[in-house]
Write a protein that binds this ligand. Sequence first.
Ligand code: ZN
Length: 697
Amino acid sequence: MESKLQVKGDNVSMLRTFWRTNAFMLLFLVALYNFKLFIQYFSSFSIASVMTHVRSEDLLSTGLLFDLSQFVFLVIFFHLLWSLVITISCKPWFSIIKHEGIKTQVWLVIVLLHFTLVLAANAYFYPTSLLGFLRNTPMATVAGLLMISVAVLLQFLWSIYSQFGKKVTLTALFSVALLISLLGYRPEPVYTADNNSPNVFIIGIDGLRPDHLNYIDSANNHSPNIDEFISHSTVYTNTYTPLGRTYVAWMSILSGLYPKNHGARFNLAPPELINKEFPLVRELNKKNYQTIYAMDERRFNQIDEAYGFDEIIGPKVGAADAIISGMADFPLINLLSNIPGSSELFPYLNMNRGYGKAYSPNQFNQKVLSKLSSDKPNFLSIHFCQLHWPYTSKDFIDINSAQWKGNYNHFMYQAMLKKVDQQFSDFISSLEQRGYLDNAIVYLISDHGEGFMLKKDEIHNPSIDVNDTLHTNAWGHGTNVMSQDQTNVLMSYRRFNKNVKGLPNIQQIQGNFSLIDIAPSLFEELNLSLSASDTPFDGLSLQQSANLEAERAIFVESSVPFRSINASFIDEKEVIYETASNYEVRDNGRAVIIPSVYKEMVAKKQRAVYFKHWQLAMLPNYEELVLIDTQKQLWYQLSQYKGSAPWRGMLFDLCRHYQHDLGFDQHQHCRQSGIIDDSTSSPSVRHLSYGRQYDIQ
Ligand SMILES: [Zn+2]
């Protein structure tokens, strides 16, 4: 009877310890959360701004609800599990000690030991975490972590041993060791496929501005590895992105079409309006290629299996991304976000560069490499996003790699360029070591540039003194077609062949090119053909670049220009406020532009055409056509322009390209400029109809 009571008393005490641990942990998390708020400049931005702009009806989206609940459930589950481990660790002490006060002290010591271990590990592995305050202390070193881990582990093992005996403890230890080694086992496959079909790699670097590379300006040394790669490539000097937004640019790269023809006019375009079939991917699948699309930030990029790829690598796509990654920086979550299995448990955190403080460039590289086929040819499109706002990284930046000139964004951009350069270099070296470059075609590109309001990017008007009537310069990308630094991109090509000795030299091809030229070039090089139902390519094959007409028009359009982007510093809250009402969250948890708003947004686009070194831009909120001399960095109102620029032909091309676009030509330039309807004349005569009024409500 007495022993029964004793056991019961013990159980109650352990249960109480468990809940007491949970309560203490909750207190600990609240303290950490408040600490984060205290030191973070954009304290409430990530959570509150996003939350307040998720409209109440969006919370009914089952996908979003599921994603958020899964995250919350797992966070609670792992913290309860942790409490359980702490409680179990206390057990043998409690059976020795009878004094309640001392029991509590032992419990407190064990709890604090655990908290210290997790905080120190977080500081060691994720030094830029807001809660990495133990960085640079002896605890956050290999020796310190080993010592605390051993103490914590021994405590736990002793408890298991005293509870279940030697056999169970050893079996458990052995199983855990086996599990860890199995999960960590990554065979390095060597590529052994036949050499007739080359591997094809399109490697994108988000926001990389060509003028920050060495081949444009030899004073640049932000990216030695990328520069080295380019120094053995063919570079297409004047390459433009059809639209400076990641998803749209990639749609154009893979389809060889302008946005008007593939249907994706904005990053979060409604999927039902988009032509998702890429003939390139389809034909390569037919030729037994392993087709992969990999990207380390998919917040604004919806390309997934529905676009024909065998495999998609990267974080999950969904509206929950911004909410979860905005509040996830807690020690235990950071530590769990990169362990084996975390891509299933925390799909919004693992490999997500948007969750910058815990993003591991190496892990993303390894994951992609592990998915390449070793016995089939590979077609891999991979996009590295470290160079994208908000410029955070797991490790601290090397401040000497960038020049501080009072422009925070530009400073961080230069520093992050060094990091993405390292990631690119590691990736290329691994491809080479594993034999994937023995016979391979590599395109290294950027999807858009980035506007930093730099002095050197300014474009002036020689006849208008006060240059405030028109913003030709802007922050960000895709926000202003006149901002050349947003639209100019890198496009380089390199052919790897192990049978050819010696490295090729850089070859710079002059002329105007666009990212839409890649797909038709691959078609030509790999002897693929479009089927009758495919839309013909808008792009031209780069193999013909020597013969390409110098007289080629290239089209560029903007996303929606926001007022808040033109401010001297991007106010994220403003941007969200201005744009959030344009989005809805679908049942699958993805945010998309509301279809009715989509049409209004298309009408607000700026549209432009490039021809030689000229650009002609049509802006919905500016009555004049704008002509830009990109070489002299000068702009003119077309009505005042007296020079010999070939603007008539450019206007014709612009009008023809966008003629059926919603809201195009609101100021009727196509009609006034003398391009008048004459449907009876032959197509060679440059006469077309633009008399139609567009309804843009
Ligand atoms: Zn991008």
